[in-house]
Design a protein. Structure first.
Length: 363
């Protein structure tokens, strides 16, 4: 468990002072912060010597904003709970390819001293122990690690245009977590990674997610064919890279040249289906609904997702315009849905607006 800790001491007078310790857990702990102001110790709580711990469940969007913040465990004080919520909602994280979640733990402590983990604060509140809330305290010897990457299959010989090195998640390093993740990838003719799935887990979700994020960011040279293969990421704690077959500082055996990476080229999808969900007012009548076949190129590239369209109708059911509200992430799927919705026939007495979800699934 990773804990990113910040400390704020608020001194109102010689008698009243308070400290706020903040701990982040989960995938939000390893996501870079763009704006994370320190929480304020509410004066009302200080005056009444109120202290306690608030755990806030946080969801961070791909854009980096906090889209949800809810009290997971209350301090017993609404004043402290509200202060923690307000602080968490004000944070801004760096943009990412995925939505991240986790807990922000706010410990409000009366007094100006911050003890070691497991000790007692000046206000009498027990400091969290390493097994409960906090790891990686300042002063701890910094852990090191490295990641060895091996490719097998057609992707191994295809030219790489962009293949950034994976980062060893701090949360995993702090807890000496190591292991090997094998990621099955599909690379389009254009060179983008259209599919990346864990073929063999390291046993750690943190390492698996780091490997997936890295694989998805790679870009290969253009080609006439779609390529597949396996990328193996070996996360190793320690600082020495031994020869093949040796043993790392962290105790994990290094792969030999004959390491089995579990190459399994993805089989073509057995099921490719498109379903729609219509949300319309009673004034809209759909008189003719054309079925949509799964686009061949999207199926070959294992492209799937859901696109939400908003349809604007004039009187008598004439389509005025259609816009994409939420993209599937695939231009091919979005365009197919746009073309299909325009082929439907409607009837309305007046201008109307409704939305349709196109759900593209591959199995």
């Amino acid at each position: 468990m990773l804990a990113i800790v910040s400390q704020l001491t608020v001194e109102l007078d010689a008698q009243k002072a308070g400290t706020v310790k903040v701990t982040l857990e989960g995938s939000i702990a390893v996501r870079k912060k763009v704006k994370n102001p320190s929480p304020e110790y509410p004066k009302e709580a200080l005056d009444d010597s109120i202290q306690g711990t608030v755990k806030v469940q946080v969801v961070v969007s791909k854009a980096g904003t906090v889209t949800s913040a809810k009290v997971d465990s209350s301090s017993g004080s609404k004043v402290l709970d509200d202060a923690a919520l307000a602080c968490a909602k004000s944070w801004v994280f760096e943009k990412a390819r995925q939505v991240d979640t986790g807990l922000a733990v706010f410990q409000f402590i009366i007094g100006s001293g911050l003890p070691g983990i497991g000790g007692i604060n000046i206000g009498g509140l027990e400091a969290p122990s390493p097994t409960l809330d906090i790891t990686g305290q300042s002063g701890e010897v910094k852990k090191t690690g490295f990641v060895k990457v091996a490719l097998k299959g057609a992707v191994a010989v295809r030219k790489k245009v962009k293949n950034p090195s994976p980062e060893y998640p701090k949360e995993a390093l702090d807890n000496a977590v190591q292991g090997t993740v094998k990621v099955q990838v599909v690379v389009s003719k254009a060179g983008t990674v259209t599919s990346a799935k864990v073929d063999s887990s390291s046993g750690s979700k943190v390492l698996d997610n780091a490997a997936l994020a890295c694989a998805k960011s790679w870009v290969f040279g253009k080609a006439e064919v779609i390529d597949t293969g396996v990328i193996a990421f070996q996360f190793v704690t320690g600082s020495q890279l031994p020869e093949a077959g040796g043993v790392y500082t962290g105790g994990l055996k290094a792969p030999t040249p004959e390491i089995e990476l579990g190459e399994k080229p993805p089989v073509p999808p057995a099921i490719a289906q498109v379903t729609t969900k219509v949300r319309k007012p009673s004034g809209v009548e759909i008189k003719d609904k054309q079925e949509l076949s799964y686009p061949k190129s999207a199926k070959e590239n294992w492209e799937s997702g859901t696109v939400t369209l908003r349809v604007y109708l004039k009187a008598k059911g004439v389509v005025d315009r259609v816009e994409v509200v939420v993209s599937s992430g695939s231009a091919t799927l979005d365009n197919a849905a746009m073309s299909n919705i325009k082929s439907w026939r409607y009837y309305t007495e007046k201008e109307e607006v409704f939305e349709v979800d196109y759900i593209f699934e591959l199995k």
